[in-house]
Every structure is written in structure tokens, then in C-alpha cells.
Design a binder for this molecule. Sequence first.
Ligand SMILES: Cc1cc2nc3c(=O)[nH]c(=O)nc-3n(C[C@H](O)[C@H](O)[C@H](O)COP(=O)(O)OP(=O)(O)OC[C@H]3O[C@@H](n4cnc5c(N)ncnc54)[C@H](O)[C@@H]3O)c2cc1C
Length: 602
Amino acid sequence: MERQECSGSSSQGPPQGRSGTPPRGIKQLPRFDAGVMETYLDDMRDMKAKVYQMFREHPELLPNVEEGLSKEEHRELVRRSLKVILQNGYSPLDFLARDPRKYFYLGECLSMVDLSLMVKSGVQYSLWGGSVLNLGSEQHRRRYYDDIAQLRLPGCFAMTELKHGSNVAALQTEAVLDVLTDEWVVHTPDEGAIKWWIGNAAEDGRAATVFARLKVPDPNGGPKLVDHGVHAFVVPIRDANGSTLPGVEIRDCGYKVGLNGIDNGAIRFSHVRVPRTNLLDRFASVDKSGRYSSPLTSQARRFAATLGELTGGRVGLVAGSVGVLKGAITIAVRYACLRQQFGPPDCPEVAIIDYQSTQLRLMPILATAYGLHFARGLLTDKYVDMKRTREPRLVEEVHALSAGLKAYTTSYTQAALSTCREACGGHGYAAVNRLGALRSDHDIFQTFEGDNTVLLQQVSAMLLKEYRQQFSGAPLTATYHYLRAALLGALPNNPLVTHDTEPRHLRDPAFLAKALEYRTARMLFTLSLRLRKAGPRLGAFHAWNKCLEHVLDLANAYVESVVYKTFLRAVEGCVDPECRRALKAMSDLFALRLIEGDMMFR
Ligand SMILES: Cc1cc2nc3c(=O)[nH]c(=O)nc-3n(C[C@H](O)[C@H](O)[C@H](O)COP(=O)(O)OP(=O)(O)OC[C@H]3O[C@@H](n4cnc5c(N)ncnc54)[C@H](O)[C@@H]3O)c2cc1C
């Protein structure tokens, strides 16, 4: 019998044979200077170091994950942390308004401090502050900006109702104009319309952006009110002492599976009166006589424009989720390098990272974390461009990209958290190692700011629209450009049919990019055919439902293709040869794992 060598990572260094060369069967891993890599990956890391230092100086602000906190204690901790962040010169609302890259980066930093803190900050500045900034006009910004920025006016984003979460166009809360007093009367018509899950509502919020159906008297004198659909209104809910205002009833949503540092609440309005000017009137206004006007011609377009202004929340969740993914995979890989179990006879035990199964579990997650890091950068840059130029096609593109990446990233991270926990064995289950708390806190990222299943459908709907526009000669937005060649006339050949299994071919970026593009184009083409066939028989709604899995697969395939392309650009842009080689290995793994995992490629 052949004598077994003692090889593998039983010590902390990289695996080495007795002569200093890698032992038989163990490939030399790409080596690189971690500092150079860090500089390339993260041009804002000084800010991260300062934020983490700030919390090191305030250890009392870190949640005690081992012993747990009551929701009251956790909420108090989060409240204090928000103040400390401001006192240290970080103003999230200023970042959001003037330098959104910093805003999203701060969110990513906070995600590894405490996800409740990151989300509570998002509710105050991005949801409450962002809705006032983006849906209101200059008078609203002048009136509220400083108070929101300085936390003097904690607020809420009150969209979801008990009966309607994803289908926000069907919300039932109403705001009826009283022409005599020049006021809106905000009212919850029935229990199903109670605002539910509203962050900051149970304890802290003093005002809310309330989404309600705008109703005005019929200009032709008819007896019925005219319903112009869902609009946003600023509604005060508590006075300066924290007591609820007349007509406002608030209940605490209680303990949740995670994120217990946030005070989610339910709000019922009983004929609450606010001035007419409290309508956030960027896309529609109502004059004293009750005349409604809007530059956008249809209710659907106004609603789409309103929701389009709220993409910042999704960009923030992508940043936070990528932060969690990086944290989780770092914990799991470090542990796997140190933990030793079993080994050849008469040899030290080997590190669990040396098991093929551990590598297959963790390395694709590491590769995806890099890919999503770069994709997050792309999304942030496009968001910044969109805010600067307000170019309509960029608005559409950011909407699709933020929806797709939010859904993909948060679902991926949630699954990865479980894999990382398992890869760490029993110690992964100890509260102090954080994977459990991250899993509970992060879970809801898949649902709020747009349920992932619903968002993916929006991505596919946009791809289908682009597909149809291609045939009508309309221009494509930048991220869809690669589909053009694929869609003009015929599909490209499946690049996998060559059955070439040489590493040189399999690790060729041109081949990998083409394979992922082919999959997206093929799915788009076949989905379009299926819908066209089923539509006349079933009607559009049921035809869509019949193809729903196909719809979701298409959106995920599209996102993966965009992530890979972005990853490749990042590899090409890296000037340090060793770092580039390491990143290239990660990008190969990202794409090859996708090909291996999808039947479409077989
Ligand atoms: C902790 C927490 C904080 C929140 N904070 C806020 C807040 O501050 N402000 C606010 O307004 N809201 C908030 N929400 C509400 C959140 O945005 C909603 O829960 C979310 O939009 C989903 O709505 P829903 O819960 O009604 O689920 P539903 O829309 O009822 O969805 C239930 C299930 O049905 C599926 N489904 C729904 N429609 C479709 C479809 N067309 N096709 C296929 N499947 C479908 C979904 O995928 C999901 O699995 C919060 C929620 C939680 C839990």
C-alpha cells in the first residue's frame, strides 16, 4: 500500500510539502498582498475603520448576543447608537442627499455592527427622510430636512396595510380633501387598512409618510368623490412629549423573529386632519378648489414614478446584505482554517478547510461575495448617475437592477448564512459566533422593500418589454445591450455543445460570459413564446401565472449574467497581477458553479 504523506493545512500557514513545494494533489493557491487587494476592493475603507473604531470606543452599544436583550433594551441601544453616529460627524441624511455612495457604505458598515441599527437608520433617513426629499417639493424639504437629519423628528414610512403588502396599488387608507377647511382627512376605513409593520411607529415616530388614496370632490359637481389612487402625505402621529395625537391609535407589533431593536407598530387613523400642503406633491398637486393636476398622464404612470423614487431603499438593502454575506463567509472560512478533524494515520489532524466538501460549500460563497461586492458597486454608481441626470432610461434601468439585485442578493445571503452555520458545526450554533442572530435578523430582507418573488417578476417584465422594443426599433438600456445580438433574428449557438472540457476553455471568460448570456437569451425567447401561446387562451394574468417559475428563473439568470460581467470588468481593471489572478480564479468559480448547478446548461 502506498504510504500516505502528512499533508494539508494542519498548521496555520498555506499547505506546503516537506521541500516547501505544495504536496502532491494540493494545488498552489494564488497568493497576493492582502493590503493591495483591500485597496483595490474598497476605496472608502478609511470610513469603515473609523466607524468600527467608534463602536470599539463604545462597547456598551454592541448588543450582547450571548445573553440576549429584551426588545425594550435593544430598542434603547439602537436609539443611543443613532445619536452617537450623529455626534461623531456622520449625518446619514446629508450623505443620502449629497453623496449617496457614503450613505450606502455606512449602511454596509452598520450591517456588521447590528442589523437592527442598520435598518432603523434606513427607516429614519432613507424611508422617512427619502420619501420627503424625493416625493415632496422644496417647501417640504425646507420644512423637514434639518429635523429629520438631526433626529429631532423621528418618522415612519407607512405603506403596508394588514390586508395589502405587495399589492400596494390596492391600499385602502384614504385621504379626502375638505375644500372648506383646506385639509386632508386621513382615515382608516376598515381593519384591513390598518397600517401594519411600520418601523419607528411603536415608540419613537412623531410623523409618518402615509400612503393613502387621494380623493377629491368631483369637479363636475357629481355626488361621488374622485379617487386618484395612492399618494403620499405627511401625517404627524405624536406630539413633542411622545403622546399619540387625537385620532391616531398605535399598537406595538411585539417580538419578531429578529430585528427586535426596531419598534414596528400598527397605526389606525380616525378622521385625522392635516393641511392640504402636506401632500407630497412632486408628481401631482391639488389646489384650494380641489382641482387635481399632474404632469404624468395616467394613474399607473404616477404610481410607477412614486415607487421609482423609492429605489434607494433597495440599494441600501443590497449593501447591507452584501455586508452580512462578507461577514458570514469570513467567520466560516477563518474557522474552517483553524478547526481540525481526522487525518491520515500517524499524522496531525487536518483542517476542515482541506475537505473537498468544505471547499465546495464555502468557496463558491466566497466567490459570490466578491461578485456581489462588485455588483453592489455597479448599482450604487448607476443610482448616483440616475439621481444626477434624472435620465428616464437610467431610471428604468436602476429600477430593474435594484429589484433584481435586491432579490438575488438577499435570497443568496440568507441561504449562505445557513451553509456557513453548518460548515462551522456545533460552534456555528453558539450565539457568540453571530451566525444565528444574523440569520434571524437578515431573513426579512427577503420580504421588506419588495418581496423577492414579486421583485423578480418586475425584472422579467422589464426584460420582456425590452425584448419587444427591440423588434420595434426602440433603444435598449445599457445593461440589456448584450441581449441585442442574441435577440436579433436567431439565438446564438449554445456554447456548451462543444463539450470541450479543457481548463483553458472552461476558464476562458469569453466562453463563460457567452454561456451565461446564452442561458438568459434562451429563457427570454422561450418565455416570450410561451406567453404568446398561452395569452389568448388564458388571458394575460393566468398565462403569466402558468409560466411563473420560468419568469423567476429568467430574472435570476439575468442577474447572474450581470454580476458575472461586472465581476469580469473588475478583474480586468485590477493592475496588480497577483490580485488579478486571485480575482480571476474567484470569477471563474462563480460562473462555473452556476453552470454546474443549472440543468439549462446540460
Ligand atoms: C420587520 C418588518 C418591518 C417592516 N417595515 C415596514 C415599514 O417600515 N413600512 C412599511 O410600509 N412596511 C413595512 N413592512 C412590511 C413589508 O414591506 C411587507 O411585509 C412586504 O411588502 C410583503 O407584504 P406582505 O407581508 O403583505 O406579504 P404578501 O404580499 O401577502 O406576500 C405573501 C407571500 O405571497 C407571495 N406573493 C404575493 N404576491 C405574489 C405574486 N404576485 N406572485 C407570486 N407570489 C406572490 C409572496 O412572495 C409571499 O411569499 C415590514 C415588514 C416586516 C416584517
